[in-house]
Design a protein around this ligand. Sequence first.
Ligand code: CA2
Length: 148
Amino acid sequence: MSRKILVLSGSNLNLLGTREPEIYGSDTLDTIHARLSAHFESREVELRFFQSNSEGDLMDAIHEARSWADGIVINPGAYSHYSYAVRDAISGVGLPAVEIHLSNIHKREAFRHTLVVAPACVGSVLGFGWRSYLWGVEALLSYLSDMK
Ligand code: CA2
């Protein structure tokens, strides 16, 4: 069955590849997106990518996904830790979402241990660098296949 998935990235993720490679890896977000496209090309999976630093733009993308997507993979960036608006957008559209993080936030500063978007998601993948995106999509596809 063909699937359509929105891969959403939030605040500061456009800076990937420019600094802090020891935490986030050295790939740019465009490189990660290209890897995902190549990986899922032969599997009837349509991926659409969007990044924004604006909470409102992320919310709009989530709202629009209701009309075309089967689910959402989201790295909200720092919005993960305090955006009830992004959380409500995910709950509001009713699409299954998987939250992902490049880094293992549980090993980092205390403020990153607070996760307010994650409870609106079906599950999370974190700590695997760019592969968190890959396995986030895999996890969502597996979840969707159980839903029929
Ligand atoms: O580990 C993740 O994926 C994060 O969502 C990344 C966010 C951070 O606020 C979350 O706590 C965990 C930040 C991404 C910022 O990435 C940068 C990359 C290079 C230079 C500056 C920022």
